[in-house]
Ligand binder design. Structure first.
Ligand code: FES
Length: 106
């Protein structure tokens, strides 16, 4: 099973074996990772699942939808590697992915 590593806002790392097909948001919530909320349940309408995704994996990530781009415009400290974790589903090609969670969600 592939592994994803979340780094919470306090700097603690959470390495999780992640089932393929599950979203990064849901995986983090399932394991009680601090710093991510997922208030809308993963339908890209709250932006409380913001994370900074390791740029080394950029080519393996799905492109941002127009809705994701729109929602990201409202997050504090938007960066080039900002993504909404509900819009990325785990897959073998993402094994070892690291996701830094921001100091604050929306
Ligand atoms: S969980 Fe709401 S936008 Fe991702």
């Amino acid at each position: 099973m592939p592994t994803v590593v979340f780094i919470d806002p306090q700097g603690s790392e959470h390495a999780i074996e992640a089932p393929e097909g599950r979203s990064l948001m849901q995986i983090a919530i399932d394991h009680g990772v601090p710093g991510i909320l997922g208030d809308c349940g993963g339908v890209c309408s709250c932006a409380t699942c913001h994370g900074y995704v390791d740029p080394a994996f950029a080519a393996q990530l799905p492109p941002r939808s127009e809705t994701e781009v729109f929602m990201l415009e409202g997050v504090p400290d938007l960066r080039d590697n900002s993504r909404l974790c509900c819009q990325i589903r785990m897959q073998a090609a993402l094994d070892g992915l690291r996701v830094q969670l921001p100091d604050e969600q929306v």
